[in-house]
Design a protein around this ligand. Sequence first.
Ligand code: NAD
Ligand code: TYD
Length: 358
Amino acid sequence: MENYKRNIIITGGAGFIGSHVVRLFVNKYPEYRIVNLDKLTYAGNLANLKDVEDESNYVFEKADICDFDKMIEIIRKYKIDGIIHLAAESHVDRSIKDPFTFARTNVMGTLSLLQAAKICWEETVEKYSGKLFYHISTDEVYGSLQFDGTFFTEETKYQPHSPYSASKAGSDHFVRAFHDTYGMPTIVTNCSNNYGPYQFPEKLIPLFINNIRHGKPLPVYGKGENVRDWLYVEDHARAIDLIFHKGKVADTYNIGGFNEWRNIDLVKVIIRTVDRLLGNPAGTSDRLITYVADRKGHDLRYAIDSTKLRNELGWKPGLQFEEGIEKTVRWYLDNQEWLENVTSGDYLRYYDEMYLNR
Ligand code: NAD
Ligand code: TYD
């Protein structure tokens, strides 16, 4: 086996954010071996990583983080010293319909990975030295803010409302408990809503771009007054890179770009951008806005204060929102094949075709 400077598992690497993190690490660090560990649920799509799949420092392992024996086997096999944990069930609407799957993957899966890392790392000569378990979480664990100009900071008390955020909160607690109880080097980061290429079109931005393209209704929940804080996905991936290398063990960092949007205002920006790029007269797709029943327990407002990350590690978002949304809309319009594969389910065969049959 080749000698790599670091051997890192990125879980959930076939998903939206994970694929950007894998791409960044594989390209930027040829001296690291990057093991993409993913179960390939409906949200995992290896076509997201076509451009790096043949790199010699990239490996794909199809596995479920809940499979404890398999986690042990993979950590030992690759002599893993770093874990960047993104694998999760991630969609709030699905969590409302099927909370058990969220508890299983997000809580039990994270615990299984932690326990496997503990066993494998404690059996090495250097124990926890040079190791890191970096857990990627969400701002949604902090609950919901009013329209009062306040922000979530690293000190904000956890108050999750949805089964999704409750399961992410549970996983965050387990990660911190593994540091406090066993001395495992851990870091947790809580990021705001991400947007950009390769996001599964069940989330607001890609869903609405796709629907406008096909002249389909845009289901705005409630009055469209809920506020989300949007960050371009590559800025999140850069933050993860920085924190993985420079972050303080046992610490927490909030990641966000101070970029709050009311849903309805964001939808109007998306409509304007799609219409312009498709060459439609301005206002063509406004008629698609359809107000529908509100999401149960719909959090009113999220807003992240990322001052600590900026002050301590010098991170700041690289992209202005206007630029990011233009890039994103353009990407989905230019990548119709990707969207069609995802919406038709064809992408689910990619693993069999590329990995099993070659
Ligand atoms: P995603 O749903 O696009 O991808 C999740 C990935 O995890 C998929 O590839 C899926 O196949 C894999 N996965 C699911 N269950 C698994 C299991 N049991 N074992 C192995 N792999 C499994 O999610 P995303 O939007 O890329 O989010 C990634 C992480 O970032 C999640 O932990 C999420 O909570 C967190 N996060 C997301 C956002 C956001 O706006 N999307 C914001 C902040 C934090
Ligand atoms: P989403 O992209 O699901 O992210 P999250 O729930 O994690 O914030 O939703 C973003 C916002 O858009 C949220 O306030 C719910 C709202 N929304 C709609 O109004 N209609 C939709 O069809 C979807 C998917 C979301």
